[in-house]
Ligand binder design. Structure first.
Ligand code: ADE
Length: 233
C-alpha cells in the first residue's frame, strides 16, 4: 500500500494541501510538525520543512525513514531563469543540481563532489502523470532543470553564473537536496514549482507579492496529481 509524502518549504506552500485534505493528525517529530491524513483511501503525510537544503534534507529523510512514505511530491515556488517562465507558470524538474556546491578548486565541475553527481533525476512515471494532469487542465507546464542552493537569488550576475554552469530553467532552495535523499533511498520523487519572481533586483518584492498565489497554483496541481495516483490504485 502506497503512502505519499507531500512537502513544501514554507507554510503557505502546504496550507492549500491541508485545506483540501480536511482532517489530519498532527505529530511533532525532530523539531517539526507532520500532518497525516487518509485521502480517498490512501495515506498521505504532509509537512513544510523550513527553507533551505539542510531543513529539506531532514524533512525528506523523516518522511521516508520515520513515516515510511514510498513516493514524494514537492510543491512550492521558484525564481525563473528561462524567459518563457512567467509569474504563476509551472515548472516540473526533470533534473536538479546544487548550484552552491563548489569544490572547483580541486578541478571538479560545479555541483559535483566525489561519490555524487552534478544532477539528480526526478521520477519519469511521476513526470508522465504531470503531463496528463497538465493536458486535462489545459495548462502549459515546462519540464526543465532546477538549480538549488542556500541563497535567495536577486542578482542577474549570480543568475547568469548559474545558467553558465547548469543551464537551469529555474532556481529555488530545496528541490535538489530532497532529490538526493530520495535517490539514495530509492524513493520516486517529483518537484513542482510555480514562478514567484525572476531572481533579479526586484525578486524580493515580486516574491512577497506573488509567493502565496503561486504556491496555491502549485499545490492545486499537486493535488490533481495525487488524484491520479490514488485513482490508479
Ligand atoms: N524561490 C523563489 N524565488 C527564489 C529566488 N529568487 N531564489 C531562491 N529561491 C527562490
Amino acid at each position: 500500500m502506497s503512502k505519499i509524502a507531500i512537502m513544501g518549504a514554507m507554510p503557505q506552500e502546504i496550507e492549500p494541501i491541508l485545506k483540501k485534505l480536511g482532517n489530519y493528525k498532527t505529530t511533532k517529530y525532530a523539531d517539526n510538525e507532520y500532518y497525516e491524513a487518509t485521502y480517498k483511501g490512501v495515506e498521505v503525510v504532509v509537512a513544510y520543512s523550513k527553507i533551505g537544503k539542510v531543513f529539506s534534507t531532514l524533512t525528506a529523510t523523516i518522511m521516508i525513514e520515520h513515516f515510511n512514505c514510498d513516493k514524494l511530491l514537492f510543491s512550492g515556488v521558484a525564481g525563473a531563469i528561462n524567459p518563457n517562465l512567467k509569474i504563476g507558470d509551472l515548472i516540473v524538474a526533470s533534473k536538479l543540481s546544487q548550484h552552491d556546491l563548489d569544490i572547483t578548486a580541486f578541478g571538479h565541475p560545479m555541483g559535483f563532489v566525489p561519490g555524487g553527481s552534478v544532477f539528480v533525476e526526478a521520477d519519469k512515471d511521476l513526470i508522465a502523470i504531470s503531463k496528463k494532469v497538465a493536458h486535462e487542465l489545459g495548462k502549459t507546464v515546462i519540464e526543465g532543470t532546477i538549480a538549488t542552493g542556500d541563497q535567495f537569488i536577486h542578482d542577474e550576475k549570480v543568475k547568469n553564473n548559474i545558467v553558465k554552469h547548469f543551464n537551469a530553467d529555474a532556481l529555488e532552495m530545496e528541490g535538489c537536496s530532497v532529490g538526493v535523499v530520495c535517490d539514495a533511498l530509492n524513493i520516486p520523487f517529483f518537484i513542482l514549482r510555480s514562478i514567484s519572481d525572476t531572481a533579479d533586483t526586484d525578486a524580493s518584492f515580486s516574491f512577497d507579492k506573488f509567493m502565496q498565489s503561486s504556491a496555491i497554483i502549485s499545490a492545486q496541481f499537486i493535488m490533481k496529481m495525487v488524484d491520479h495516483i490514488v485513482d490508479a490504485k
